[in-house]
Design a protein around this ligand. Structure first.
Ligand code: TYM
Length: 334
């Protein structure tokens, strides 16, 4: 608790450009939570190097992502927006928690299995212990709630298990966090293979809508979206392509799948795809405009990086001091 408010942490990796799933499954929900919670949003650049990165590109992407958080509408006064690599407590707590996490638990993580299949030439220990760093992010801020898309549920579960295990040994050190999954958009699928989730790292550029895609590109990608041949706009598991387009439409407009089916009852797929594309492009345009404006304002962004980095360090150190004392590290002599 901070000033009577519950705590919240979430973050995104600064690899690649954000795609529509990141926006609808996470970022858009974050905007609605700042009044209710004390929010910490990290650009989780430590996580990014589990896969090889070009240093200059990684640095640029991290800054773009931080700017995009603000452009999407997160007020950097109400929300602590910062770089994970500026707060050494993340890595320190991750080490400690590594000693409370079992190999067997980490072996079960589906993201580790997927990523090691994809990067068979670089199955590093960081990729394996990635969920422990994620647990450290969350527990460092004593988070009550963690807004994420459905794909992060397994990582939330292991975070809860690690926290519980630690508390069982040392007493009430960590708050046990709950996942916050939005009602709509929690799992946006690929536009080309609608049984697979939309992902920044998809090799087919037509599979994902990127947040900075221009209007024509967005419309073109939706027009090419893979559907089926029965030409009926119905929200059904047997129609994954159309179901995904309905999900996207609902997440953007706030309508329900039933309202959407009724609205497009007399339309063909072509008109529906265009309508979905238009509503997505229209909703991203103001975010893109603000992003370009903010990017020019270097001093403003630098000020946020500095102030919020200090704030995050302050709260991270509070938890870290407590944890270090509990496990038996000697106190610093001042
Ligand atoms: P990342 O960077 O892959 O994704 C950031 C957020 O976007 C959500 N998301 C999606 N939601 C719906 N549909 C999709 N297709 C889709 N793709 C991604 C993710 O669920 C996530 O909420 N490990 C995390 C980053 C992280 C983190 C944390 C998150 C590190 N530490 C602590 C929360 C708390 C990740 O790689 O997310």
């Amino acid at each position: 608790m901070l000033d009577g408010k519950k705590m919240l942490f979430s973050g995104m990796q600064s690899t690649g450009t954000l795609q529509l799933g990141n926006y609808l499954g996470a970022l858009k929900n974050w905007l609605t939570l700042s009044d209710e919670y004390e929010c910490f949003y990290g650009v989780v650049d430590l996580h990014s190097i589990t896969v090889r990165q070009d240093p200059a590109t990684l640095r640029k992407r991290a800054r773009d992502l931080l700017t995009l958080y603000i452009a999407a509408g997160l007020d950097p006064v109400k929300n602590c927006i910062y770089y994970q690599s500026h707060v050494s407590g993340h890595a320190e707590l991750a080490w400690i928690l590594n000693c409370f996490t079992y190999m067997g638990e980490l072996n079960r993580m589906t993201q580790f299995k997927d990523k090691s299949a994809k990067h068979a030439d670089n199955i590093n220990a960081g990729l394996f212990t990635y969920p422990v760093l994620m647990a450290a992010d969350i527990l460092l801020f004593q988070s009550d709630v963690v807004p994420v898309g459905k794909d992060q549920m397994q990582h939330l579960e292991i975070t809860r298990d690690i926290a519980q295990r630690f508390n069982n040994i040392y007493g009430d050190v960590f708050t046990i966090p709950e996942a916050y999954i939005g009602k709509q958009g929690a799992k946006i699928m690929s536009l080309q293979e609608p049984t697979k989730k939309m992902s920044k790292s998809d090799e087919n550029p037509n599979a994902s809508i990127f947040l900075m895609d221009d209007y024509d590109t967005i419309i073109r990608k939706f027009k090419r979206a893979v559907t089926d041949s029965d030409n009926q706009i119905l929200y059904k598991d047997e129609k994954p392509g159309i179901k995904n387009l309905i999900d996207i439409y609902c997440a953007v407009t706030g309508k329900t799948p039933q309202e959407t089916e009724a609205e497009f009852a007399n339309c063909g797929y072509g008109d529906f795809k265009l309508a979905v594309g238009e509503c997505v492009a229209d909703s991203l345009k103001p975010v893109q405009d603000r992003f370009y404006d903010l990017s020019k304002n270097k001093d403003y962004i630098n000020g946020i990086i500095k102030e919020n980095g200090e704030k995050a360090n302050y709260y991270a150190n509070k938890t870290l001091r407590k944890v270090k004392k509990k496990v038996g590290f000697p106190e610093k002599i001042r």
